[in-house]
Design a protein around this ligand. Structure first.
Ligand code: NA7
Length: 543
């Protein structure tokens, strides 16, 4: 529980505020900072005992950002940007959490939040034109604006495998990791899931455990992170150029300090293409895919070149050819599932204390007291780790219990998939703003870039409403429908819909198969949002 007192922003801050902000991660902290700067009184609620969001919950071994550290941060304060120094190219979770704690303290943001308190419901009341927000501690707050900063990957999904509660040992989900860590030494550990979280955790757990059994349903492509410490000279150079670097990120395709190179892989002679792929592979990071040839995301032939390249690397790395074949993805385009970065993932399968269970050959039948029972045998375990992902983008919003006009539940309106305008607002939910909601670029790139853009846009919109003396804003149904069609059309031009990914909700049984993020690029999206604002919030009804 935060010991900081609630700042006396309002005559009765528990009851009546300008804005309620849900969540104290990257988005919620910046939203509170910016709204307060505008003179709004804010209340924030956070389910965790501290700030950090994703980086508060995801404390599993090996957790860290796949975005370069120097752009995985805020840009709103030049002093902050110059003061803070990252240790390495890709920052580990504890360092990101320290950064967010530092930001929260430096800008006195904790005082706006009630911690250890999940929002259990938020209802728009038409008569008063206010949001009525209920929290798990029984508090009821009303607000003119509801700003959801609930994260895109924050509703952990533990699969409903028969017998899950029969397991005699402890089990953990990577996204809800114990704060005091887990001691794997000498233990027989099982891990289910080989997405980004599993791929980060597996090499680290393997070094600690007596034996690690990896249960793989779908093999994954992965690119080496090549993480490294940053030298003092490199840090100085980055800080000198940081303004230009950040401006580049804002207008780039995925919010990163690189972009597609303007060439198609299929236009290059094979030897030249190979040379370029080799060079980029040595550099490591997402840049290998997203700083290269854009046709790899659109054209199956170009994608096959990239996929075959990684398949070859897996065969070269994994000593046992039978294990290598199991680890090689064969039935979806590379990058159509979120491409992980790794630090020795495939090498881990050369260890004597690691075994791979291919669940396509021997599916899980149930969990039993002694471990995981597949069609082959019981794999005996002391500890079980679920690296099974999240109910992405819509899950965190739906579980917040949001009801719009006429008591309409968000999950009712979104029964066939999320319906938003620009991924920031939804018709029937006036004065509700979703930071990095479904239909915005969000998870398709560097999260802090998209978060800052959204918060800035939302705050400018609120400032506009206040200047106009307007009471309400919500999308026009036609504009919303057009946006949702546009989001799907753009996705359908790519190879992304070919995989069963969480981008499409395919990891959650019963979730509608709809492409969730906007894939048109961060820069294009920013331009569209700016144009909407310049045209007096075109596509919205302001009343
Ligand atoms: P992901 O990417 O959704 O990966 C989850 C993994 O768990 C994936 O390999 C799944 O296999 C596997 N999974 C899920 N349910 C089951 C069941 N029932 N049985 C066996 N295996 C299962 O989640 P992550 O946490 O790794 O990453 C999420 C994002 O967080 C990441 O992309 C970054 O953006 C940050 P599947 O592929 O569905 O067959």
């Amino acid at each position: 529980m935060s010991s900081a007192p609630v700042r006396n922003d309002s005559p009765n801050p528990n009851v009546d505020v300008d804005a309620v902000v849900i969540g104290a991660g990257f988005a919620g902290l910046y939203a509170v900072h910016k709204l307060r700067e505008m003179g709004l009184n804010c209340r924030g609620f956070e389910a965790g005992s501290g700030v950090g969001g994703t980086w508060y919950w995801n404390r599993y071994p090996g957790a860290g950002s796949d975005s370069e550290s120097w752009v995985y941060s805020y840009t709103f304060s030049e002093e902050l940007e110059q003061e803070w120094t990252w240790s390495s190219r890709f920052p580990p979770q504890p360092e990101i959490l320290s950064y967010l704690e530092h930001v929260a303290d430096r800008f006195d943001l904790k005082s706006a939040f009630t911690f250890n308190t999940r929002v259990t419901g938020a209802r728009y009341d038409e008569a008063s034109n206010r949001w009525e927000v209920e929290a798990a501690n029984g508090e009821k707050v009303t607000a003119t604006y509801l700003v959801t900063c609930v994260g895109c990957l924050s509703a952990a999904a533990v699969p409903d495998i028969a017998g899950r509660d029969d397991f005699a040992g402890p089990w953990y989900h990577t996204g809800e990791w114990p704060h005091d860590g887990v001691d794997f030494s000498g233990k027989r550990v099982g891990i289910i899931g080989t997405g980004s979280s599993g791929i980060q955790a597996i090499p680290v757990i393997a070094r600690q455990a007596g034996h690690l059994t990896v249960f793989q349903r779908t093999p994954n492509f992965s690119v080496p992170a090549r993480n490294r410490k940053l030298s003092a000279a490199e840090v100085a150079e980055l800080k000198k150029n940081i303004k230009d670097i950040r401006e580049f990120c804002r207008w780039s395709t995925i919010g990163q300090p690189y972009d597609f190179n303007g060439q198609n892989a299929l236009d290059l002679a094979p030897a030249e293409l190979r040379k370029r792929l080799d060079e980029m592979w040595e550099k490591g990071g997402f840049e290998w895919m997203f700083g290269g040839f854009v046709d790899m995301l659109y054209d199956q032939r170009a994608n096959d070149i990239a996929a075959d390249y990684v398949r070859e690397k897996i065969r070269e790395t994994v000593k046992d050819p039978a294990v290598a074949e199991k680890l090689i993805p064969k039935d979806y385009p590379i990058a159509s599932k979120r491409l992980p970065l790794d630090s020795g993932y495939f090498e881990t399968f050369n260890r004597d204390n690691v075994s791979l269970v291919d669940l396509r050959e021997t599916p899980i039948e149930r969990i039993v007291a002694a471990g995981v029972k597949t069609s082959e045998k019981v794999h005996e375990l002391d500890v079980l780790v679920f690296a099974t992902g999240f109910d992405a983008l819509t899950g965190p919003l739906i579980r917040t219990g949001i009801r719009g006009r006429g008591g309409c539940k968000l999950e009712e309106k979104w029964a066939e998939g999320p319906r938003t305008y620009l991924g920031v607002a939804s018709e029937g939910f006036p004065n509700m703003f979703m930071v990095t909601g479904p239909g915005s670029p969000s998870v398709l790139g560097n999260m802090p870039t998209s978060i800052e853009q959204h918060v800035d846009w939302i705050c400018e919109c609120i400032a506009h409403l206040r200047e106009q003396g307007a009471a309400r804003i919500e999308p026009q149904p036609e504009a919303e429908a057009e946006w949702n069609d546009h989001v799907q059309e753009l996705a359908n031009e790519t190879l992304f819909p070919q995989a069963n990914s969480w981008y499409l909700g395919a990891n959650i049984p019963g979730k509608p198969r709809v492409f969730l993020p906007y894939i048109g690029g961060f820069g294009t999206y920013r331009k569209l949002c700016n144009e909407v604002a310049e045209k007096g919030y075109e596509g919205f009804v302001i009343s």
